[in-house]
Ligand binder design. Structure first.
Ligand SMILES: Nc1ncnc2c1ncn2[C@@H]1O[C@H](COP(=O)(O)OP(=O)(O)O)[C@@H](O)[C@H]1O
Ligand SMILES: [Mg+2]
Length: 326
């Protein structure tokens, strides 16, 4: 099987106008998917096992537990043997590092300013979990000059093998920035609580996502449920109205109970999955991680970090162009 990084690197060389055929390994011609790096057309589906699944975690309402869910889910996936990277994509309330109890010294902004290499900003957290903080730097992607952008994408090529699963912890609602991250993912997990306000906002978010991109695989997690019966009722209600009014199949991944271990661990700045592995919240997260792994289908695979950033860059370019016109 041809090496993905090798293929992307060769494409970079070609894109810079280096026509020396010897610089391009023969097998790269078998990697049409890699062309997404320089191709502004919609990306093609990719089926290589070396490419990361990009999964965004979002919600309609704030404070429903996205960050606790994504950080502990990321750790559960690592425990299940996956190489995982979690990205703090909440540009307003970036606090993923607080919940993980880490303090990454550099962020993506340093990379954008040309002060650091990308690999210096990927922080290794508990269990070897990779953490990328300061995702707000991604909004600058569209404005980089082409030389800087080439340099950045080249670094991503090397990084792309760091993770099999990339989890994006986004902000709530559907602002432009959240939409950019959602458009970069092929799978989106919507987190809600059983509260009527959270449910209404979750449905509004599902509606916007389903209208924006038809190829996103939407999943649901009910957090802070009082019991399984309540969680099931909430999930059934949302899946049935999504089917009826939006014509989409929302897949329920299960629920996380209301568990006081969670706020206790937030205060201690230590993930509950590690400090209280037998708590109800931790056990349910492990179950959800198992479901997520078993739902891994090649047809919903992304094309890794490079594809994700390319999709985001296009999103911001479109947005900037629309801004220029108005
Ligand atoms: N399953 C749970 N049980 C009890 N409290 C929870 C649970 N999940 C999250 N919380 C609490 O909810 C609050 C918001 O969580 P957070 O993950 O920061 O939400 P978000 O990222 O959606 O804004 C935190 O104080 C956290 O302790
Ligand atoms: Mg959060």
């Amino acid at each position: 099987m041809p090496d993905q990084a090798q293929g992307l690197r060769a494409l970079m060389t070609r894109a810079r106008g280096n026509t020396a055929a010897s610089a391009v390994p023969q097998e790269t011609t078998e990697l049409p998917d890699a062309a997404v790096v320089y191709d502004s057309r919609p990306t093609t589906r990719c089926h290589s096992s070396s490419q990361a699944r990009v999964i965004a975690v979002t919600s309609g309402k704030g404070g429903v537990g996205k960050t606790n869910f994504s950080s502990n889910l990321a750790l559960a996936l690592v425990q299940a043997g996956k190489r995982v990277m979690v990205v703090d994509a909440d540009l307003g309330l970036a606090n993923l590092h607080v919940i993980l109890g880490i303090n990454p010294p550099f962020t993506l902004e340093h990379v954008m300013r040309g002060e650091k290499n990308l690999d210096e900003t990927i922080f290794t957290g508990p269990l070897g979990l990779k953490v990328l903080a300061g995702a707000s730097g991604m909004t600058e992607l569209a404005n980089l000059d082409s030389a800087r952008r080439d340099c950045f994408l080249e670094q991503i090529v090397d990084l792309d093998r760091a993770a099999e699963i990339i989890l994006l912890d986004t902000g709530a609602g559907v602002s432009d920035n959240v939409a950019a991250f959602l458009s970069a993912a092929r799978e989106v997990i919507v987190v809600t609580t059983p509260e009527p306000t959270a449910l209404t906002d979750a449905y509004a978010t599902i509606k916007v996502i389903s209208r924006q991109s038809s190829d996103i695989d939407l999943k649901l997690v009910v957090n802070m449920a009082n019991n399984e019966v309540e969680a099931r009722a909430v999930a059934e209600r949302l899946t049935s109205i999504s089917r009826r009014f939006l014509n989409i199949e929302l897949k329920s991944l299960g629920y996380v109970p209301n568990d006081q271990t969670v706020p206790k661990c937030v205060r201690a700045q230590y993930p509950f999955l590690l400090s209280s592995p037998n708590s109800a919240a931790a056990l349910s997260i492990v179950k959800i991680a198992g479901k997520l792994i078993s739902s891994d289908q090649s047809d919903i695979r992304g094309a890794g970090l490079a594809d994700m950033l390319q999709r985001m860059s296009r999103f911001f370019q479109r947005r900037n162009a629309a801004g220029d016109r108005s």
